[in-house]
Design a protein around this ligand. Structure first.
Ligand code: NAD
Length: 454
């Protein structure tokens, strides 16, 4: 069956209004949860086959997030989907105003490879909650996880409602020729531009969850041990292949040496090794080569070792880095952490502002005015104070980028909103009418109108 036929059939199903029924959505969400629970072993083994991701990390960073998203949607869906009454201005009284959340329709979700389950399924969960029908195109790069997702969804869901389409550039390009009612894309800024252009041809709304260089700024007054511990976990999780991993560190120069020592100690303590099931492989040799070439061996403070056969790069810390180094010219997306030092916070802000707006920004400080200055003056998607990455797990926070790092957001109710149109309705009774707006226009009517509508 060609893609256009699949979309046509889904649209027909959407137009039957079956998905408008909240109990239908609840049933589908519960069904999805059951399927995942019953197939956890397949999900663990597939992701391990792709890049040796351990079941521990897979549960913590993929499955638990999917389960939380489903559970939250199940609790909140009735509230999110409800018609919302809002206030009505004097000119329209005694009318009433309300907002009706309306599912966009037939949507396309395109996933990235680095967290292949949750980056595909969490947007799909939001789309189900909102009442859309879904075509999901997971990343083709982790081929085992892509086929596991296809098997689980396509064998257990009606294709009229939810279907996975596997493929790479050719298949995605063909899908993008079709008119969807919404496209939700996770991936790189460069491919994001291709998606945006394709969507523009049909005036299709988009959410673009992109990447970038996310800084971690550390001032002299921090708890150095705790800062290093949190940074090391956030950076080397998934071997640095995390869109919101701290891409680089800017540390106040007077504590640089202490921070480097603390980071080194925490890396040693964690004992990262694929064979210990606490470190993943680099996804493919193309990325291995790209990352390995980014390491300036003259600036290696720790690590710097690559093993092409194992497709691993040891946790690597680079020091004495400046904004003109090669490593500062692109998103790293791997286990290499450059450390830059600074003397004034103004210098930090002006340097970060020369780069595209980051997806995340982390500030480690006890200084309230420094914290406020960074939060107020740097534009970025979202972030954390005295931690890194964990803001992603807060379902009450919108997750998304700004500028080069993305358009729109999701998680929790923001995910529901990403797949909904909010229809604003004014409802009037017949029994009364303010006649002032009708012709013939007179000065007297205008005077009264000014009083009423201002
Ligand atoms: P990518 O942009 O290469 O691929 C993403 C998706 O686009 C895949 O499904 C792929 O098949 C498809 N694709 C690739 N080339 C295409 C083309 N020419 N035309 C149409 N579709 C195409 O990204 P990736 O390598 O999978 O992921 C890494 C990037 O994603 C990083 O920049 C990272 O920061 C970002 N990312 C962002 C988030 C987020 O939530 N904001 C999460 C994960 C990754």
């Amino acid at each position: 069956m060609n893609y256009q036929d699949i979309v046509n059939q889904q649209r027909q199903f959407f137009n039957s209004n079956a998905t408008k029924d909240v109990s239908f959505r609840i049933k589908q969400l519960k069904h999805l949860k059951k399927i995942i629970q019953n197939n956890e072993e397949l999900l663990y083994s597939s992701i391990y086959a792709d890049f040796k991701k351990s079941s521990f990390e897979t549960y913590v960073t993929e499955l638990s997030i999917i389960y939380h998203d489903i559970d939250l949607a199940l609790v909140k869906i009735k509230k999110w989907a409800k018609k919302r009454k809002v206030s009505t201005g004097l000119a329209n009284l005694p009318g009433k105003s309300y907002i009706i959340p309306e599912p966009y329709g037939t949507v396309l979700v395109i996933g990235a490879w680095n967290y292949p389950y949750q980056l595909s399924l969490c947007p799909a969960i939001a789309a189900i909650a909102a009442g859309c029908t879904i075509i999901l195109k997971p990343s083709e790069i982790p081929s085992h996880t892509s086929s596991a997702l296809t098997q689980l969804i396509n064998q257990n869901f009606d294709p009229l409602f939810f279907r996975v389409v596997e493929g790479g550039v050719t298949e995605t390009s063909n899908l993008l020729k079709i008119k969807f009612d919404k496209i939700f894309f996770t991936g790189s800024p460069s491919i994001g531009k291709i998606i945006y252009q394709a969507a523009a041809k049909h005036l299709t709304p988009v959410t673009l969850e992109l990447g970038g260089k996310s800084p971690a700024i550390i001032t002299k007054d921090v708890n150095i041990e705790m800062t290093a511990k949190r940074l090391v976990w956030a950076k080397f999780l998934n071997a640095g292949q995390t869109c919101i991993a701290p891409d680089y560190v800017m540390v106040e120069s007077c504590i640089e040496d202490q921070l480097l020592t603390a980071i080194k100690n925490h890396v040693i303590k964690a004992d990262y090794d694929v064979n210990h099931h606490n470190y993943t492989q680099i996804i493919n040799t193309k990325n291995f080569d790209r990352l390995y070439n980014l390491i300036d061996q003259d600036k290696v403070y720790l690590g710097g070792n690559g093993n092409l056969k194992e497709r691993t790069i040891s946790p690597t810390i680079l020091k004495d880095i400046t904004f003109s180094d090669t490593i500062m010219q692109e998103e790293i997306f791997g286990p290499i952490l450059p450390i830059l030092s600074f003397d004034t916070i103004e210098e930090v802000i002006s340097n970060i502002k020369t780069l595209p707006k980051p997806l995340s920004c982390y500030v480690f400080t006890r200084n309230k005015s420094v914290k406020n200055k960074i939060l107020n003056e740097i534009s970025f998607g979202g972030g954390a104070v005295n931690d890194a990455v964990m803001h992603f797990t807060e379902q009450s926070l919108p997750f998304g980028g700004v500028g080069n790092s993305g358009i729109g957001s999701y998680h929790g109710k923001y995910g529901f909103e990403a797949f909904s149109h909010y229809k604003g309705i004014l409802q009037k009774p017949f029994w009364v009418e303010l006649n002032l707006k009708y012709a013939p226009y007179t000065q007297k009517k205008l005077k009264w109108l000014k009083r009423i509508i201002g």
